[in-house]
Design a protein around this ligand. Sequence first.
Ligand SMILES: Cc1cc2nc3c(=O)[nH]c(=O)nc-3n(C[C@H](O)[C@H](O)[C@H](O)COP(=O)(O)OP(=O)(O)OC[C@H]3O[C@@H](n4cnc5c(N)ncnc54)[C@H](O)[C@@H]3O)c2cc1C
Length: 376
Amino acid sequence: MAAVNKVLVVGGGFSGMAAAIRMSQAGMAVELVELDPAWCPLGAGITINGPTLRALDSLGVYEGFLQRGCVTSGVDICAPHGAVLAELPTPSPVGSRVGGGGGILRPALAELLAEATRAAGVAVRLGCTWTELEQDASGVTLRFTDGSSGRYDLVVGADGVHSPLRGLLMPEIGPLQYIGQGVWRAVLPRPAAIQRPRMWLGPHIKVGVNPVSATQMYMFITEDRPTKEHIDPATWPQVFTGLMQPFVDPLVQALIPQALKPEAAIDYRPLANLLVPAPWNRGRVVMIGDTVAATTPHLASGAGIGIESGIVLAEELARHDDLQPALDAFHTRRFPRCELVIRNSERLCRIEIEGGDKAEHARIMRESMAALAQPI
Ligand SMILES: Cc1cc2nc3c(=O)[nH]c(=O)nc-3n(C[C@H](O)[C@H](O)[C@H](O)COP(=O)(O)OP(=O)(O)OC[C@H]3O[C@@H](n4cnc5c(N)ncnc54)[C@H](O)[C@@H]3O)c2cc1C
C-alpha cells in the first residue's frame, strides 16, 4: 500500500506534471490545479541535458521529444571570431538509452507532458487555484477558486519560484537572490551549420545557440549586470543585437537581421536562485521544483532537478506505507542533488562575472555533469 491515496498537485509546470504522472501511474488518485487557463509557458527554448532526457524517458515522453525537439551530442566552444576552441563531449547518462543532450521549445515540452498527464488519468483543472488551506494529522482541506473544496492525504506544491503556498507555509523564507547576471533569449531559424549546441565566449558576455527543432534554434546571451535594473521591453531587440555585435563570427553576424524580427520573441530575465533548507514539507504539504530549489541556468539543469524530484517523490510515496518515512527518503535523495546544481551554478556564475579561473570553470562543469549522469 502507498503512503497516500489521494493527492493534489498545485502547479502544472514541468515539476508538477512529472510528479502527477508518476503518482497516478503508481495508483494514487491525483488532481492537479493550474492557474494558467492556457497551460502554456513562455515560448523560449530550453536546453535539456542527458540526465533530464533520461527523466523524460522514464515519464514516457522521449519519443515525443525526438519528434518535437532535437537530441544532440557534444558542444562546440568558440572564440568570438568563430575559431573552435574546444569540443565538449556530452555522453549519455548512466544506464539509459537517451542522447547526451538536446533542446526544445518550452511550449512543445509542456504540451508533451500535459498529454502524458491527462493520459496517466490525472484530473486536471485549468484556470483554478486554492483560496483556503487547513491541515490536521490525517489530511489537508482546501477551497478552490471554482467554488469547490476537497480533502487530500497530501498536497504537492509545485507553483514555482513565487509560490503562494511557500509564502503561506514557509513565511521565514526570504525573496530570491539576484546573482549579478541576466540572460537574453531569442528563437531563430537554424542555419545548416548548427547541428549541435555552440557557445562563443567573450570576456564578460557568452553567446550560445541550441537547436530546438528541425528548423529552429534558440539563442541565449548571458550578460553581467551588477544591479537588477528594469530594461524597457521596447528596447530589447536593440540591446540584444548590440550584445551580438562584438561576436564577429559571420555565423553570429548573419543572425542579427533575424533577431530584429518580432518572431524572435526576445526575452530578458535577471538571474536569481533559491535553495530552501530541507525538509521541504510542512505537515502534509510538500514542495518540489523551483518552489524550493530554483537554480540559475549555468548547468542547464533547473527543469531537470524539478522533474527528477517529482519522479523521486512518487517513487518514495509508492514504496512506503507511511508518509513520514516516504518524505524522509525523498529529502535524502533530492536535497544533495539540488544543492549541487544550485551551488555549482552559482560558482560558475561568479567565475564568469569575475573573469576567474577558466580551468576551475571547466572542472566544475565536468564534475557536475558526471555527478548528474549517475542514477537518481
Ligand atoms: C532564464 C532561464 C533559463 C533557464 N534555462 C533552463 C535550461 O536551459 N534548462 C533547464 O533544465 N532549466 C532551465 N531553467 C530552469 C527551468 O525553467 C525551471 O527550473 C523550471 O521551469 C521549473 O519548473 P517548475 O514546474 O518547478 O516551476 P514553473 O515552471 O514555475 O511552474 C509553476 C507552475 O505553477 C503555476 N502556478 C503558479 N502559481 C499557482 C497557483 N497559485 N495555483 C496553481 N498554479 C500556479 C504556474 O502557472 C506554472 O505553470 C531556466 C530558468 C531561467 C529563469
